[in-house]
Ligand binder design. Structure first.
Ligand code: IVH
Length: 498
């Protein structure tokens, strides 16, 4: 090996610092400072230096984030402190009961101080830093023993390979959640589709699948992210020990990503208000959450409250109504839209999901049905997120009954009997009936009357159905009056009153 010229060693150090700073700004602060092309140039320069002078390679080099040679199995890791779970609360009553138990345990009638934050829908991991350098990353496993996924976690750009500053403890175990951003999930699934590979049902599954890759180069390509929410083993150094919120603030100063939605609040009323606020923000967040977590903030009070079996008495997860449930497809109907597009809709055994009872879900188009392999009679996972139309996510193959029926797109419009046509480069099949088709007529009337068009108050589903079914209106521009049928103002008025 040739000796390293001083200037080259210095350049490598500078490149490393600059690349890690760029990573931090991009992945932790979400505020990019250098263009991607510049990042790539600096990255390649560092890679070339390291290739010529392997003695310059250090474990926390940004070049090590691209993954290493695959392993055949993960080693087991015993957690120095068990990684516990949280009890759940599903209603205000249960949150009130939690707060009451906390106050009883602390023998106080006053308002308790809580640290509150979103409950991330990902996977719990533990990161160990020794003298500020990431030395171990493990999954939660059963809470006592997890798997060594260090090589994979090193590819997660928001996880610092070296902590900032020089005040890091000799050992610092950080706990948090690994997740996949919604946009990275969508991107991954479209890539999977292009490659003809299996798509993931949701970002959580995608994150789990990516983290448990034996080939860390695959993980590197999958784009995971991380939020720290607590501490495990700590020795040496100056870590705040009075309040949980101060510990999180401290982790942030060390360069770890800590969630910006975290707050310190007082009393149970504030917990419920926080839940409401986060529920409203949920759809707009770049990652998935399945509730919020309330933790007693004072660490002495935490100790005083302690644990029951495997969950702390000082914290609780207040969960949102599940957005995914399993139910059975009882039939597949076809709906005709304004432009004649035929949309297959799954009729479902009623199921409570996303806070409402759902009885049907869109299947988008015929290709989608084939791809997801949905048959009538299948058990399926149904998803309803926010105000979004419920959709069939996937089939639970293990539960497929012996006799299921396949769906075929009809060749005649179910509403008007016109020919159905599907152009070669289109995924949708269409009714060719135009405004002759009552379904298309109804939809175009609704569209005409809608808020962003004519904004006709009172002209809704019911009235449109009547106007079309009774042959009173033919198109938005023409009533049957033109053909001599009288529509009394009175009858319109009566309908509006309904
Ligand atoms: S604190 C003593 N905070 O929820 C346990 N957990 O059921 C302390 N989780 O496996 C956990 N977001 O992966 C905490 N903001 C958050 C969280 C969170 C998600 C997960 C965690 C754990 C599970 C507990």
């Amino acid at each position: 090996m040739s000796a390293v010229p001083k200037a080259v060693a210095a350049r490598a150090a500078r490149l490393r610092a600059e690349l890690e700073r760029a990573n931090f700004n991009y992945y932790v602060l979400d505020a990019p400072t250098i263009p991607d092309a510049e990042y790539d140039r600096l990255f390649r320069e560092l890679q070339e230096i390291e290739a010529s002078y392997p003695q310059l390679i250090v474990p926390d080099s940004p070049t090590s984030r691209i993954g290493v040679t695959p392993v055949t199995a993960f080693a087991q890791v015993t957690h120095a402190m068990p990684m516990l779970s949280l009890n759940n609360a599903f209603s205000e009553d249960e949150v009130n009961a939690f707060d009451r138990r906390v106050r009883e345990g602390l023998e106080t009638s006053g308002e308790v101080e809580y640290e509150v934050e979103p409950k991330f829908d990902g996977l719990a991991v533990s990161l160990t830093y020794e003298r500020g350098v990431l030395s171990m990353g493990a999954t939660r496993g059963d809470g006592y023993t997890g798997e060594d996924v260090t090589a994979n976690l090193r590819t997660v750009r928001s996880i610092p390979l070296r902590l900032k500053g020089d005040g890091a403890p000799s050992v610092l175990e950080v706990r948090g959640e690994v997740l996949m951003l919604k946009r990275d999930f969508t991107h991954l699934n479209s890539e999977q589709r292009k490659k003809g590979e299996r798509e993931f049902a949701n970002p959580r599954n995608a994150a789990a699948g990516s983290l448990r890759q034996l080939d860390s180069r695959v993980t590197a390509a999958r784009r995971l992210t991380f939020f720290a929410y607590g501490l495990g083993r700590v020795s040496g150094g100056r870590i705040p020990h009075d309040r949980h919120s101060r510990q999180l603030d401290h982790l942030e100063t060390l360069g770890l990503p800590v969630n910006a939605q975290r707050r310190v609040v007082h009393g149970v009323g504030a917990l419920l208000r926080y839940y409401q606020t986060i529920a409203e923000q949920r759809a707009g967040l770049p990652y998935e959450i399945d509730g919020v977590v309330y933790k007693v903030n004072d660490l002495r009070q935490q100790d005083q409250l302690g644990f029951v079996s495997r969950a702390p008495r000082f914290a609780v997860a207040h969960k949102f109504a599940a957005e995914e449930e399993i139910t059975q497809v009882t039939g597949i109907d076809v709906q005709v839209g304004r432009t004649g597009a035929l949309t297959p809709v799954a009729r479902l055994a009623p199921v409570f999901v996303g806070g409402v009872t759902v009885t049907n879900a869109t299947l988008h188009n015929e290709d989608e049905i084939r791809r997801k392999d949905v048959h009538i009679g299948d058990h399926v996972i149904v998803r309803r997120a926010g105000d979004v139309i419920p959709e069939v996510v996937s089939v639970v193959k293990e539960r497929r009954p012996k006799h299921v029926r396949a769906f075929h797109m009809p060749d005649k419009c179910p509403e008007c009997g016109s020919r159905v046509e599907r152009l070669e480069d289109e995924a949708v099949a269409r009714c060719t009936g135009g405004l002759f088709c009552p379904a298309q007529r109804k939809q175009s009337l609704l569209h005409f009357a809608s808020r962003r068009a004519m904004d006709i108050e009172g002209l809704g589903d019911k009235l449109v159905d009547q106007l079309v079914d009774e042959g009173i209106v033919e198109t938005p521009a023409r009533s049957a009056r033109a053909h001599g049928t009288e529509i009394g103002r009175e009858s319109l008025w009566r309908n509006r009153e309904e």
